[in-house]
Every structure is written in structure tokens, then in C-alpha cells.
Design a protein around this ligand. Structure first.
Ligand code: 13P
Ligand code: 13P
Ligand code: MG
Ligand code: MG
Ligand code: MG
Ligand code: MG
Length: 383
């Protein structure tokens, strides 16, 4: 069995939250090279989207392996060290714990991992996002694996026609459920249409009995109990031969749908599909963006990557995203550009509530009832 792991963290931004410094990328590549030489990894590739470094790795240790997770943790410590030396912004931002213990769960770095028996040809797509939350993958995963208007194979490929099972996490209550689609599509949409709470964690082919997709699902603010940056999730999608074609897995991104994130993690903005040389959000720390790296996995080796959004066919989506960004930005501090109060990552509301506590006066009318008048009691409030 081969395991494909993407483990990612923001260990410092250059400049502000926009990108990763080349020295940090070099350091991560050196570490990855050593891990390949030592036999820990079969293969690996270092990539970034915005200020988040992704270690994309193949190995034989399965998901949640202590060996692989501690290697990633150590690599992120090393890139943090460089970020500190250069005074980069938010050095070590996503490393929320002081010491590594077993695996990365609850420690800050995000990860998506898939273990599979390699098929004769194994095309995979690795999606990396910056300035948004893990629920950002809900809409494309729904379209890729459940919407026949996106994925022709659901209708015309016998291996896809029975559909897919979606594993959904409730991040607030730490519970999970599996929806059998297409039968339970409407039930599932009720949940995943609220992507700040319900997040698709994995998708399985019912016919092939194979996991086809996996996402990183941690919410940093729920781990840290406060805002420490956006989650900037990653996703793996396996393609072809009874799974969605590469083009079907990319197609949802031709629509620059709206996600939560962008400036201070607190705004709605369009999700911009870009080539890797444009994976550096600058305008209003956005718009949130996604890059896609394509690989053919062969004997565990990662043949690639190909820069999948480096295709003029996505220019229309990019132009449209520019227009949506202009439109939303003009709302300034108003919703729906700004997130609703309960979803704000940054807020002054607690402080303002305290400061203004005795200045808010009731709008209920004060009326003296006959009984009050007779008893000499004070005014009663009527709503
Ligand atoms: P080929 O016939 O080139 O293998 O393509 C099949 C396919 O899945 C195209 O989407
Ligand atoms: P990152 O999570 O990418 O560091 O973004 C933080 C932020 O608040 C940007 O405005
Ligand atoms: Mg950052
Ligand atoms: Mg980031
Ligand atoms: Mg972040
Ligand atoms: Mg062919």
C-alpha cells in the first residue's frame, strides 16, 4: 500500500501573510531530500500556497504515522527557525504546541492523507488553499462526486453510476456521519451548505470500495480557542478509471464561488484558482486562492507536478473573481463582505459590549398599572 500525505503549516509569512520566503522553501526541500535518502519517504515535493508550506509525500507508513508526522513537525520547526532569523511575519504561526506527541492532531499543522493500493495508472490532484477554511472544499467535492451537471461520469460511467459515500465532520461537536449519495444528497446538503461547521472529510467510491478524496479538516481557532490565522486547507483527489476524470475534478473551480477567509480571516471573498506562480494573495490579503498540483503516482514515485490551473480556460473564472472582489470590497465593514458576528475571527465586540453596557437603554415603554398606582409600587415594564 502507498500513502500519499500532504502535511502543511504556516511557519512565517513573506511579506506579511502573502508568501513563503525562498530560504524556507529551500530548507524544507533539504529536509525532504534527506528523508528520501534515509528511506523514510519514497518521494516528496515541497509546494506552497500563500504563506503555507505543503510537504507532499509518498511513503508506506499509513495515515497518522508518528514517523511521518514527527518528520513534518521537525521540518516546520526548521523553517520557523529561518523565519525567526529573517524576522518574517508570524514565525511559527501554526505550531500551536511546544512539543510533538504521537501525531499532529490538535497541534496546528493541517494534513490530508490517503492510503491506497496503486492502480496501474494513478493520477492524483493535490489542492492547496490559502486564506480560507476547510469547509471551502465542500462545494467542489459535492460537485465532483455528486453533481451530474459537473461530472458526466456519474451518468455514463458504470463504475461511478452507483455513487459515492461522503464522510462529514461536525467540527463544533467533534462528531462524524457518512452520507450515502445520491440517495442522501438532500440530507447532506443541509449540513455541508454550512461549511464553517460541517466539513467533508473523505469520499469513497461505492463500486470500487476505494477512498477517492481526503481533506484537512482542523479548525485552528477551535484548537487554539482564539484566532491564530486561517486554516488554509489542503485536499487530495484521486482520478480516472471509475473515479472522476481529472477535468471533472478541476471543473468546479471554473466557478469562483464565495468562501470565508481573506483579510483577518473575517471576510467573504471569491475563491480564485491560480497557477503556482500566482499563489501569493496580496489584495486585501486575498482573494483566497487555490492551486492544484497534478501527479502520476508510480511505484510510490510522484511523477510531476503539473500546474493544473495554468490553463487559460480558467481565465474567465479569474476575471469573474476580480469583479466579485470589487463588488464585495465596496461593502467595506458591512455584511455580507464581513462575516456574521458569530463567525468573525477578529472582533472588538466583547470589549465594546463591556464599554457600552450602561449606555444602552431599554426601548420598552414604562407604564404605571392601576395596581401599581394603588399599591404605590414603581412602574411595570411592558414589552
Ligand atoms: P481517454 O479516452 O483519453 O483515456 O480519456 C478518458 C477520460 O476519462 C476523459 O475524460
Ligand atoms: P493566514 O492564515 O494565511 O496567516 O492569514 C492570516 C490573516 O489574518 C490574513 O489577513
Ligand atoms: Mg500567516
Ligand atoms: Mg496562510
Ligand atoms: Mg493560516
Ligand atoms: Mg486515452
Amino acid at each position: 500500500m502507498t500513502t500519499l500525505s500532504i502535511i502543511k503549516a504556516d511557519t512565517g509569512g513573506f511579506v506579511g501573510h502573502g508568501a513563503v520566503h525562498p530560504d524556507m522553501m529551500d530548507e524544507a526541500r533539504r529536509e525532504l531530500g534527506r528523508a528520501i535518502d534515509s528511506g523514510l519517504l519514497i518521494d516528496g515535493h515541497v509546494a506552497n500556497c500563500g504563506d503555507d508550506i505543503s510537504l507532499i509525500m509518498t511513503h508506506t507508513y499509513g495515515a497518522d504515522s508518528a514517523l511521518i508526522h514527527s518528520f513534518a513537525w521537525d521540518t516546520f520547526q526548521a523553517t520557523t527557525h529561518i523565519a525567526k532569523e529573517l524576522g518574517l511575519y508570524g514565525a511559527g504561526q501554526d505550531l500551536l504546541s511546544d512539543a510533538f506527541s504521537g501525531n499532529l492532531r490538535g497541534m496546528g499543522p493541517g494534513y490530508a492523507e490517503l492510503e491506497f493500493q496503486e492502480r496501474p495508472s494513478e493520477p492524483v490532484l493535490c489542492f492547496l488553499a490559502d486564506k480560507t477554511e476547510p469547509g471551502a472544499w465542500n462545494l467542489p467535492l459535492y460537485k465532483i462526486f455528486a453533481d451530474p451537471f459537473n461530472t458526466a461520469g456519474l451518468v455514463i460511467d458504470t463504475k461511478m453510476h452507483t455513487g459515492f459515500a461522503f464522510e462529514v465532520y461536525d467540527l463544533q461537536q467533534e462528531k462524524r456521519i457518512t452520507f450515502d449519495c445520491p440517495a442522501e444528497v438532500y440530507d447532506m446538503l443541509m449540513y455541508i451548505g454550512a461549511p464553517s461547521r460541517y466539513v467533508i472529510h473523505s469520499v469513497r467510491s461505492k463500486t470500487l470500495d476505494e477512498t477517492a478524496a481526503a481533506t484537512s479538516t482542523q479548525r485552528l481557532s477551535l484548537i487554539a480557542g482564539k484566532y491564530v490565522g486561517k486554516d488554509d486547507p489542503v485536499m487530495i483527489v484521486r482520478c480516472q478509471s471509475g473515479l472522476p476524470a481529472v477535468g471533472e475534478a478541476l471543473e468546479p473551480f471554473a466557478f469562483p464561488y464565495t468562501v470565508a477567509g481573506c483579510m483577518r480571516g473575517s471576510h467573504h471573498a471569491p475563491f480564485l484558482p491560480v497557477s503556482t506562480d500566482h499563489g501569493h494573495p496580496s489584495r486585501f490579503d486575498g482573494p483566497p486562492r487555490v492551486v492544484a498540483l497534478g501527479f502520476q503516482i508510480h511505484d510510490g514515485k510522484m511523477i510531476g507536478p503539473r500546474d493544473m490551473f495554468a490553463d487559460p480556460a480558467f481565465d474567465r473564472a479569474r476575471d469573474q473573481a476580480g469583479e466579485i472582489m470589487d463588488y464585495l470590497r465596496r461593502h467595506g465593514p458591512f455584511e455580507p463582505h464581513r462575516l456574521p458576528l458569530e463567525d468573525l475571527e477578529y472582533t472588538t465586540m466583547a470589549e465594546l459590549t463591556k464599554r457600552h453596557a450602561d449606555r444602552w437603554t431599554s426601548m420598552t415603554t414604562e407604564v404605571m398599572t392601576t395596581e401599581d398606582a394603588e399599591s404605590g409600587a414603581g412602574a411595570a415594564r411592558v414589552g
